[in-house]
Design a protein around this ligand. Structure first.
Ligand code: FDA
Length: 301
């Protein structure tokens, strides 16, 4: 990232919300479920599957958690009714992880049960490191109850991830592997991009060699190439893995992966709680300074 982009990324919390909304529009399907359904239908037509994310995180009351859980029930029913090729991804802090662990488990279990009833699948996203241990503990309980219907996420930047992967392999989990997006301390996480990539390849090798179904979630050319090589070397078929990318990011890479014959799923966020997600995406955009400037200018015209 150029220095100016870095400065703008740091200053993002000072940018007015309407500008953030305009600039981050490409990353979000819209505010309503209908918007998301339209986007998923279009992706399906292009030969890609989707995972729906109802935006929201870190709720502070049981009532908010229950409302978020209900919105996932509605989304799963819509996916089923519309015959879409899409599962769902959710965050446990949205289901009350920081309010009441047992409530969080019960609400999430009900969602997985609905998904399972429709032959569908729930991915539990991974949040910042204050959530990792509790998230994996709840995931373990969900997997015992609903094997095959629920997956988790491992972040390559966390130093603990090699040990977590060993446990997940033993449990027969389904794992999405990503670099990790939260700001973590150097005691627990690698910061150097090369070190993170080395960790990613080590973990991916471990998962695929153990025939763990792995969602290879990245937009990094070097990691995609490394994954192609591994898949070829291990002779894996399309049932053993999938690539995953975020809505609005590197669509040309997305098309290249699909055209090479690999399964590809797009993460489709929607809903009214778009702000925190938008900031995370914008901070990763290597051309953020130009986008934010245009966002200000477009607002004036
Ligand atoms: P990297 O950040 O190096 O990006 C590679 C290239 O992609 C960049 O050089 C740039 O060209 C392009 N790019 C990346 N992000 C962009 C953006 N926002 N706008 C424009 N261009 C961009 N994290 C987490 O902590 N918990 C989770 O549960 C998930 N879940 C998840 C699901 C899916 C499907 C994906 C793809 C990613 C996640 N992540 C995540 C996010 C992940 O940890 C990571 O932050 C981003 O994917 C960016 O890392 P890359 O591997 O793409 O590499």
């Amino acid at each position: 990232m150029r220095w100016l982009d870095k400065v703008v990324a740091e200053a993002l919390p000072l940018v007015p919300k309407p500008v953030v909304r305009r600039v981050s529009a490409r990353y979000i399907a819209g505010e309503r479920l209908d918007d998301a359904i339209r986007v998923v239908r279009d992706l399906n037509r292009q030969g890609m599957s989707a995972t729906l994310d109802v935006l929201g995180e870190f709720v502070t009351t049981p009532a908010e958690a229950a409302r978020a859980a209900e919105s996932y029930q509605v989304a799963l029913e819509a996916i089923h009714r519309e015959g879409l090729n899409s599962n769902v991804s959710l965050k446990l802090t949205q289901m009350g992880l920081k309010v009441d662990l047992e409530l969080c488990f019960q609400l999430t279990a009900k969602i997985v049960e609905t998904a399972r009833g429709h032959g569908n699948f729930v991915r539990v996203d991974m949040e910042d490191s204050t959530c990792t241990t509790d998230t994996l503990a709840i995931y373990r309980r969900l997997l015992e109850r609903y094997p095959g219907s629920v997956g988790c996420v491992i972040q390559a930047y966390l130093k603990r991830s090699a040990a977590d992967v060993r446990e997940l392999v033993a449990m027969g989990a389904r794992v999405r592997l990503c670099k990790g997006i939260y700001v973590e301390s150097p005691e627990i996480a690698w910061r150097d991009p090369l070190e993170i990539n080395r960790s990613y390849v080590r973990l991916l090798t471990d998962l695929l060699e153990h025939r763990i179904h792995t969602a290879i979630a990245t937009h990094d050319d070097r990691l995609v190439t490394a994954a192609f090589d591994l898949i070829r070397r291990l002779g894996l078929g399309p049932d053993a893995y999938e690539f995953q990318m975020l809505l609005g990011v590197r669509e040309s890479l997305r098309t290249m992966i699909r055209d090479a014959g690999h399964p590809l799923r797009v993460y489709v966020p929607f809903g009214s709680h778009w702000y925190a997600y938008s900031l995370r995406r914008l901070k990763e955009n290597p051309q953020i300074a130009g986008h934010v400037l245009r966002g200000f200018l477009n607002g004036r015209s």
